[in-house]
Design a protein around this ligand. Sequence first.
Ligand SMILES: [Zn+2]
Length: 439
Amino acid sequence: MKKMVIISIDAMGASDLSGDLEHLPNLKAFRNQATHVKNIRGIYPTLTYPSHTTIVTGEYPKTHGVINNTKIQPGRKSPDWYWYQKDVQVPTLYDLAKQAGMTTAAFLWPVTAKSKTIDYNIAEIFPNRIWTNQVIRSLSASSPKFLLEMNQKFGHLRNGIQQPNLDDFITACAVDTLLSKQPDLTMIHLVDLDSMRHRYGVLSTEAQAALRRQDLRVQQIIDATKTAGTFGDTTFVILGDHYQIDVSQMIRLNSLFAAQGWQKAKKDGTVAKGWQVYAKSCDGSCYIYVDRKSLVEPREIRELLKTIPGISHIYTTEQAGQKGAAPNVTFMLEAKRGYYFIDEAIGEVLEEVNPTTIGQPERYRAVHGFSPDKQNYATTLMINGGGIAKGKVIENADLIDEAPTFAKILDLNFPQIVAGRTLLEIFENNEEVPNEVLE
Ligand SMILES: [Zn+2]
């Protein structure tokens, strides 16, 4: 049986894998043997949950349904995330794998909670990325017996949601599973680098250190397949979901709308029921929702938004849909570099991030969620295994191309024509393939 291990290094950008990589010896060695697609254009908004859903479906958010990390819950300080697979409206790579009789495993892969097609699943379920002491909830979202076993063996490695401990725990779980269960499809989501970039900045020493830790974790995972004797049958994929951009200014549109009387702020900074216009942040971009019963004219909203510095584009409903984002918004806004949107409804519309508040909700040194067309903002992809061209460099592809390409490697077929294309150029002998396609 062909096997695949997908390692997602959250927030790894194209520039992280450019250059000589002397400081990342394992990723360097991997790149030498792999096909490297240098620049992968993300999806809009370039957020973790929409992106990871695209990576396994080949569809844009407007089609797969995961249009943001969190749901529209204006009255809640900490809204629910799109945790559950039921939110994914199209088949996934792991669904196809399971249907073909393959065994499947996932380690904090977003939007897989309560999946019926993942045999060994540790689901990412709690806001702020992971369970704290809400063990029961995590158990019901994951494979309970498996999670208990992993907690028993490796629970000592983690410290709540703290990094780098969490990724150490997840790596240990993945290594153990590759050795003892030898799943056919394994998906691993490592978040250390993303956390450090948010907190310390894109090119901070802390982020560089996190990237070096990911380099070591990747090798532990690969080595596990060598010990298990499955290395030769396995295609390895190392990818990022998005990059990040440094920011210093917050934009609080709900404050602006409250001042217009279009909504009311509650004391805790959330928005009361009965709102007419609501801004839902995607960090580097922002959805604007107008209630059906609202009398506020979209034109009026647009004129007001034009007066706010830090907004680079105001997209219409149609334009947001064309870009693959949520199809039902009144507007979608793109922030200029250095700016990002927050949900809070109390405070100045524009405010510089106070460095002493970093680590509190919505306070960051770097974010994502911007348009995938921003400069120096691409993510990246490496594939290594039997039948994959060695040491080949491809300049550009799209995040939507990944799922159909992975399906092709595993001889699986999506039942529908997906938005992405199969990257036939990654295969060693791809001369004959275009003829097959033509037939
Ligand atoms: Zn991410």
